[in-house]
Design a protein around this ligand. Structure first.
Ligand SMILES: C[S@@+](CC[C@H](N)C(=O)[O-])C[C@H]1O[C@@H](n2cnc3c(N)ncnc32)[C@H](O)[C@@H]1O
Length: 379
């Protein structure tokens, strides 16, 4: 079977988790990059990556790489690619460009130059040019420039992989699905015990935990850009999806998804129904500090408010102190993880973290701390 290079993009700090996910798909030789990984694979593997990887943002198939020190060279190099091999003038396309370094400083301009090079090639060859469609293109083209090193790839995912299709309503800044899945995978929760997010917001962390618990492929309810490629192999794709559905499993425990805010609880419920995970979830309006939940050997993950919008540092310190006290009083014999972008407040949890991981929640730098709440020997 034909092999080619595949690059998978992820979030800062999740590269190792992504490598572990790839291992589970049978890929052992992976090169770790910054916010990405690279390996060699087949078309079948490219499809599987899109369907199964929880921490991936997009799966790219590089088709050209070159050095460009200005936009004219970029234009000429892009024109060297025979674009009719990848799509027809009757189809639409879109360019997403990312630039680093001081040579190309405007990613939008790079995208425009690349678009012109492609459209001009079609016009010269066929007398007509394909249209750009940024909403629902037939071909998604990715341009990555680091200083003068340019990589042109086909983006096989299309809309980024965090969009699983289960968000009923957008609330203010929910966590990305990729990060939420990353938090659960970093916790090494083995799905053989209960899971609890006491400050669930729109339920993202708990829903991702539920998808993992049921071994549901995160992409099972969405489409991908490779389905529009000229070489799309429908039979292979249908087999991969069929296999994924057959591999779903029963979960014998409970995923508790609680929040003090009735609106957040309502959104979590709707999202869980869309994600088809509501059957294993307990979604309730509950103040964490009044929680009577009795858990043992469970994994608790929470993402408390950071207080970044209003300057209420004292309130934040008090909140984190209270969270630490509640964990100590009521949740002995469990592991708790806290993700916070409030570097000061997290110190006031008052428990010694056994692990500290640096992550980003969107643009906000965060700490992800593990607290082992075991008295005496852990069983
Ligand atoms: C940063 S948000 C969580 C966002 C969530 N991870 C998501 O993806 O949507 C923090 C949440 O903590 C909740 N919260 C604050 N104090 C609480 C308390 N005492 N008990 C339960 N939930 C609380 C808020 O209502 C809010 O939804």
């Amino acid at each position: 079977m034909k092999t080619f290079e595949i690059v998978v993009k992820t979030l800062f700090g999740l590269e190792e988790v992504l490598i572990a996910e790839l291992k589970a798909l049978g890929i052992t030789e992976v090169e770790k990059l910054s916010r990405a990984v690279r390996f060699v694979g087949t078309q079948e593997l490219l499809y599987k990556c899109n369907l199964h990887l929880r921490t991936a943002l997009k799966v790219l198939k590089p088709i050209a790489s070159f050095i460009a020190n200005n936009e004219n060279v970029l234009y000429k190099e892009v024109q060297k690619i025979n674009w009719s091999d990848y799509f027809s003038f009757k189809q639409t396309f879109a360019i997403e460009a990312t630039t680093k370094g001081e040579i190309f400083t405007h990613s939008k301009y790079v995208a425009l130059k690349t678009k012109d090079a492609i459209a001009d090639q079609f016009r010269a060859q066929k007398g007509i040019r394909p249209s750009v469609d940024t909403e629902n293109p037939d071909l998604c083209i990715d341009v990555f420039i680091n200083r003068n090193e340019c990589i042109i790839s086909l983006n096989s995912s299309g809309v980024h992989l965090g969009k699983r299709g289960y968000r009923a309503t957008q609330i203010l800044a929910p966590m990305s699905e990729n990060l939420a899945a990353g938090l659960v995978l970093l916790s090494k929760w083995d799905t053989q015990s209960d899971f609890y997010d006491p400050l669930c917001g729109s339920g993202t962390i708990a829903i991702e935990a539920a998808l993992i618990a049921k071994n549901m492929a995160p992409g099972i309810n969405r489409t991908f850009n490779f389905e529009k490629w000229v070489d799309f192999d429908k039979v292979t794709w249908n087999n991969i999806k069929k296999q994924a559905v057959e591999n779903q499993r029963k979960f014998e425990h409970t995923i508790y998804c609680h929040d003090i805010d009735a609106n957040a609880v309502e959104i979590s419920e709707k999202n869980a129904v869309l994600a088809q995970t509501d059957d294993i979830m307990d979604i309730e309006k509950q103040d964490f500090f009044d929680s009577q939940l009795q858990l043992s050997n469970a994994t608790i993950i929470m993402n408390p408010p950071y207080g970044e919008r209003l300057n209420k540092e004292e309130d934040m310190v008090a909140l984190y102190k209270k969270i630490g006290d509640k964990l100590k009083q009521s949740f002995n014999n469990n592991n708790a993880w806290i993700l916070s972008g409030n570097m000061e407040a997290i110190k006031f949890v008052g428990l010694k973290p056994s692990q500290k991981i640096n992550l980003f929640n969107g643009p906000i730098e965060c700490k992800y701390h593990k607290f082992e709440l075991y008295k005496g020997k852990k069983n």
